[in-house]
Design a protein around this ligand. Structure first.
Ligand code: GDP
Length: 356
């Protein structure tokens, strides 16, 4: 493939018992379905392998409860677990989870045997209905039981991470962001580039987003606060909505949006704004938008490549020098392209060596 980003999409495999919430997670994160619409999703009876047009190569392997995927005659576990990536196991925290833990245990053993490089990520899911105290107790209990069982078979060294998730808030996106970041070898470089960009442009916080899923793949090293993250990820939705409604011709909008306060809030997008985000064309690279918030801050979005966009929060005084910011941003964009280009070249070299 010619595309440097396409070649290195991190792979995610999602598993769990029936009704644990796998399809809902997929619909909400990758198809923008509203959380309450998932109530009417039909239960799946087959393995769903879906490729998603995004920086992330996300595959849902939905193993309905009645199918035994350890039956080697039916499922080839080398195919299932063979590739580099993360295995996400979803546990319904509102239900009795003993059976799910058994399944998790078997899955980890089986998968680890095939592929020592897989990372295991346990989503303790549907926690929206639990009290804070109960959430913590549940996580502690699940974590304890899982590690005890692995220790019993001498495999306590397999690293498992646990996340409390729900499709009714941003926790599912936050968990995905953490999972994805572990799979990006260039992460330290990306963070460094974001730090430099922020320091030289008076930016308070910057996120590099996978536009299609709103998962952030990197951010600068200042602490992430939930509100900033939410407003930045909401911006992507606003820009996509506006560009879907108004297309590419209108370049200035005045919106009155409850998220962003009063009618002082302004959104500007350039002629080529986000209309192509959902598609695979390259034009989204040039997307640029600006939202002036009524608290003296500015939200600024710039397309980086066909999957990624940068969303920054900065004081509007600092935005006065936006020529400098634009220049710094062009340097940043070039650096990102170089990072992925290098990665592609080394992967090609590896392939050539293997073929010899
Ligand atoms: P799957 O069989 O694993 O794909 O499970 P589904 O995605 O079909 O989900 C089963 C049910 O769980 C659906 O009714 C969803 O609405 C519900 N569900 C999924 N995620 C959540 C969540 O985060 N919170 C709550 N309360 N319900 C959820």
């Amino acid at each position: 493939s010619e595309d440097p980003v396409q070649d290195h999409r991190p792979r995610l495999l999602i598993m769990g018992l029936r009704r644990s919430g796998k399809s809902s997670i997929q619909k909400v994160v990758f198809h923008k379905m509203a959380a309450n619409e998932t109530l009417f999703l039909e239960s799946t009876n087959k393995i769903i392998k879906e490729n998603i047009t995004s920086f992330i190569d996300f595959q849902v392997w939905d193993f309905p409860g009645q199918i035994d995927y350890f039956d080697t005659a039916t499922y080839d576990s080398d195919v299932i677990f063979g590739e580099y990536g993360a295995l996400i196991f979803v546990i319904d925290a509102q239900d009795d989870y003993i059976e799910a833990l058994n399944r998790l245990h078997q899955t980890v053993l089986r998968a680890h045997e095939r592929n020592k490089n897989l990372t295991f990520e346990v989503f303790i899911h549907k926690v929206d209905a639990l009290s804070d105290e109960f959430k913590i107790d549940t996580q502690r209990d699940i974590q304890q039981r899982t590690t005890d069982e692995l220790a019993d078979v001498g495999l306590e060294s397999i690293p498992l991470s646990f996340y409390l998730t729900s499709i009714y808030d941003h926790s599912i996106f936050e968990a995905f962001s953490k999972v994805i970041q572990k799979l990006i070898p260039q992460l330290p470089t990306l963070e460094n580039l974001l730090n430099i960009l922020c320091a030289n442009s008076g930016i308070e916080k910057a996120f590099l987003f996978d536009v299609n899923s709103k998962i952030y793949i990197a951010t600068d090293s200042s602490p992430v606060d939930m509100q900033t993250y939410e407003i930045c990820s909401d911006m992507i939705d606003v820009i996509i909505d506006i560009s879907e409604i108004y297309g590419r011709t209108t370049s200035f909008y005045q919106i009155n949006d409850e998220i962003y306060g009063d009618d002082q809030t302004q959104v500007e997008t350039n002629g080529k704004a986000g209309g192509d985000y959902g598609t695979t064309t390259d034009t989204a690279n040039d997307a640029a938008s600006l939202i002036k918030l009524n608290n003296g801050m500015v939200l600024c979005l710039r397309g980086v490549n066909r999957f990624l966009a940068l969303v920054c929060l900065l004081r509007s005084d600092n935005f006065e020098k936006h020529g400098l910011i634009d220049y710094n941003f062009q340097c940043f964009k070039q650096a990102i392209a170089d990072v992925f280009e290098l990665k592609r070249r080394s992967a090609e070299r590896l392939r050539h060596e293997r073929m010899r």
